[in-house]
Write a protein that binds this ligand. Sequence first.
Ligand code: ADP
Ligand code: ADP
Ligand code: ZN
Length: 220
Amino acid sequence: MNIILLGPPGAGKGTQAERLVASRGMVQMSTGDMLRAEKNAGTELGDRIKAVMDAGELVSDEIVSALIDNCLAALKPEQGAIFDGYPRTAAQAGTLDEILGNNGRRLDHVIELHVDEDKLVTRIVGRYTCATCGAGYHDMFKQPKVAGTCDVCGGHEFKRRADDNEQTVRTRMAEYRAKTAPVIPIYEARGILTRIDGMADIDTVSAAIAAVLDGTQTKA
Ligand code: ADP
Ligand code: ADP
Ligand code: ZN
């Protein structure tokens, strides 16, 4: 099964992908994570990516599609893919269809996490992750069970993203509205889109996604 988690910054895509990886053995394909890895590699490409990401703008379709293509080719046939943060433009949506087709795959579900934009700044500025394993946390909404210790790996170091500040978030939301939201009707027309209330608590959102993947909920 191959699915897309769609929604603006802070909607909960990464949080839900992390849970699907743990519960279903699916593989998370986060272009944001791939780009951050490239950025940290300190290559010339990485430096160009850094400037675009720090401004909250979108990296070129060619760069992200190449990253997705490479990662998908490395998957075992029985592993399902969760696309998190990709596609972000109509052009990327078209490319994803091609890449999936070339790999003998198809898209089963597109899950739109529907959220109240005014509340997203709070989610974004409170976000942090484990520096060792990448598990996601939030200052208010998802604290580790033991303060300062990662629930997943026991690590004690955490990090915050350079672009998780209020100014950049506004640009990222505007980018989402202008360039990413237009992909929603494409998937709606194909009958594979389900809209879920992303403002519910994390467990409730997970249950709603599970119902879609298990076919126990009707589509939007
Ligand atoms: P995205 O990947 O869509 O940008 P994240 O999954 O990283 O979003 O979530 C952003 C922040 O909000 C994280 O700190 C996460 O712990 C928190 N979060 C995610 N889902 C919820 C939710 N349903 N309710 C409250 N906080 C949430
Ligand atoms: P969020 O979890 O807040 O939605 P991501 O980690 O997915 O953010 O993306 C962070 C940044 O990386 C984006 O603001 C953008 O600059 C870049 N990026 C990630 N995915 C894509 C993509 N599919 N196309 C273009 N740029 C992307
Ligand atoms: Zn950890």
